[in-house]
Design a binder for this molecule. Structure first.
Ligand code: G4P
Length: 535
């Protein structure tokens, strides 16, 4: 095993920040970059931020495509570590993209609003992380404002998410009016000081020994005593710190701070880097692939088309799993079953993208994609052909018939829709017996239809007609004996819509589980799958 590879792997931390919209993910990301020296004045990401209304956001992203991409993968160095932050869109209709992004990380930072605690989107994202045993670090944000009692937040994590927490620091102050935090490791107290820059620059902090007179002077007696009591309680009755448990996602180190005022951010970053795991192995058809394996391997977790509409380019984002990546290297593309050359690889440094020559496990590289890559594809050394396992596919729940308004534009329509399908945000079906002038498109959320409509217009100049279909469940079908399911062989096919996926596999769309029950009861030899079965 080469020393260089081992050294580079150890240095890397690849993670995503997950949160319910508005908890402060964007602000925290920006502050991490600020401390990492990757940006000098906070506000640069924030001002381009996209949230509020998701479709208009998307259009905004469209306008600033380069920026949205660079901010979806950010790399910077801090204290000898190389940090890769993967952004996850906040809107729930984008969650499929988010889930996929989580496949590419080694840990996650969960941001909670101190006043709101665990919210709906937090729960969903947490579930994906915990199912995969991704280590989770919790940052309780907005400590500069009134918030829930820290002990209640710990209970909430345990009762709502089912994870125990270990507070690394502890808020000082009573009734949700916080004055600062106590660091359980250094046993020092850091108090908020007036901040003249409104959080734009890294903050000077005032730190006091726990038993110092200065601290006692700064805090009223009741607050000081309450702090001492809390510390005793935590030390005596709290969970022990256990890095093993953190690594399995069974215990979450919990930090309190305020991203906006930079309070507790640097300390969080340093502790996080100390405790978070370096790049993890991944499971493949040939068993576990360790990052230290000299043979290169990676998988595609995100595809984004037409980053620059003028050039019609597409980027496939790969996460490197093992070995060293080198520009122009030749690798085996497992799904296409052929060798390809990785030219023009790009990496994303704060707000710039640049061509890179080398990269290591944990890194994210953007590859120009002439239309050959699909989500979940494996790239590996030609001498060791395998596929990474376990890439999630999400069952579509919304369906619409889509066709070009102007039949003369059919060619662009087909091209556009196929390319957007490859990005993975929509799934494409063809109704059995129908002509090719229309498609059935399946998505996880309705927002994707707006995005589809918008993008076909802006990138391919095609207006589409979209008719929502009354189905909410899709099932891939096959008979137990391997016989192909056809519209005539299936009893009750007319109770839903019989379609084929883009690989020609039969799928039935029905309105609900009840309708599905009828199909199952009346076709005893039929096997149904919520996602495409492996072929
Ligand atoms: P998100 O990416 O998770 O959606 O959240 P974002 O960072 O955009 O933060 C949501 C709102 O919360 C923003 O306010 C942001 O300024 C505020 N915020 C973030 N961290 C803190 C904090 O530590 N303390 C306090 N008090 N507020 C915080 P906004 O009014 O929606 O936007 P803006 O006017 O600040 O741009």
């Amino acid at each position: 095993m080469s020393e260089e590879l081992t050294r580079e792997i150890k240095k890397r931390r690849t993670f995503a920040i997950i949160s319910h919209p508005d908890a402060g993910k964007t602000t925290l990301t920006e502050k991490l970059l600020l401390y990492g020296g990757a940006i000098h004045l906070a506000g640069s990401i924030k001002s381009r931020k996209t949230q509020r209304h998701a479709v208009s956001d998307w259009m905004e992203i469209e306008k600033q495509r380069g920026i949205s991409v660079t901010s979806s993968v950010l790399q910077f160095d801090y204290d000898g570590c190389r940090i890769n932050i993967l952004d996850t869109p906040g809107h729930q209709d984008f969650s499929e993209d988010t889930y996929r992004t989580l496949m590419a990380v080694d840990s996650a930072v969960m941001v909670l609003d101190a006043a709101k605690g665990v919210e709906t989107q937090t729960k969903k994202l947490f579930k994906v992380c915990s199912e995969r045993h991704i280590p989770i670090f919790t940052f309780v944000n907005k400590l500069d404002r009134f918030g829930k009692a820290p002990i209640d937040l710990m209970d909430e994590l345990e009762n709502v998410l089912g994870i125990r927490s270990y507070p690394m620091n502890w808020p000082v102050g009573s009734d949700g009016r916080y004055r600062g935090v106590y660091d359980r490791q250094t046993k020092k107290v850091e108090l908020f000081e007036a901040d003249e820059t409104h959080g734009q620059k890294a903050r000077e902090s005032a730190v006091y020994e726990l038993d110092s007179d200065e601290l006692k002077e700064k805090l009223d007696e009741e607050t000081y005593q309450a702090l001492l009591d809390d510390i005793t309680l935590l030390d005596e009755a709290g969970e022990d710190f256990d890095l093993e448990k953190v690594a399995h996602g069974d215990l979450t180190p919990m930090f309190f701070g305020s991203a906006m005022t930079n309070f507790g951010v640097q300390n969080f970053l340093e502790e996080y880097l100390r405790l978070a795991p370096p790049p993890a192995p991944r499971l493949s058809s040939e068993g576990v692939i360790e990052p230290e394996d000299e043979k290169f391997s990676a998988f595609v977790f995100k595809i984004q088309a037409n980053m620059n509409p003028a050039h019609r380019d597409r980027l496939a984002f790969i996460r490197i799993v093992s070995g060293k990546f080198e520009r122009n290297m030749s690798v085996w593309h497992a799904q296409e079953n052929k060798a390809i050359k990785l030219a023009q690889p790009q990496q994303f440094l704060a707000q710039d993208r640049q061509i890179i020559d080398t990269a290591y496990p944990g890194d994210i590289v953007g590859l120009f994609d002439p239309g050959v890559f699909g989500i979940g594809d494996t790239l590996c050394d030609a001498g060791k052909k395998f596929k990474f396992a376990d890439f999630p596919v999400f069952p579509p729940e919304k369906f619409a018939r889509v066709q070009a308004k102007d039949t003369m534009k059919r060619k662009q329509f087909v091209k556009g829709i196929e390319q957007l399908t490859q990005e993975g945000a929509i799934q494409l079906f063809q109704q059995a017996g129908a002509g090719t002038e229309s498609y059935i498109v399946g998505t996880v959320g309705t927002l994707q239809f707006d995005v589809l409509q918008y993008r076909l217009k802006s990138e391919y100049n095609v207006d589409i007609e979209l008719t929502m279909q009354p189905y909410e469940v899709a099932r891939w079908m096959q008979y137990e004996d391997g016989h192909e399911v056809t519209p005539t062989s299936l009893r009750g096919a007319d109770r839903g819509m019989f379609v084929y996926d883009r690989h020609g596999y039969p799928v039935l769309l029905v309105s609900n589980e009840w309708a599905l029950g009828w199909i199952t009861d009346n076709n005893p030899d039929l096997q149904l799958y919520p996602v495409p079965p492996d072929r």
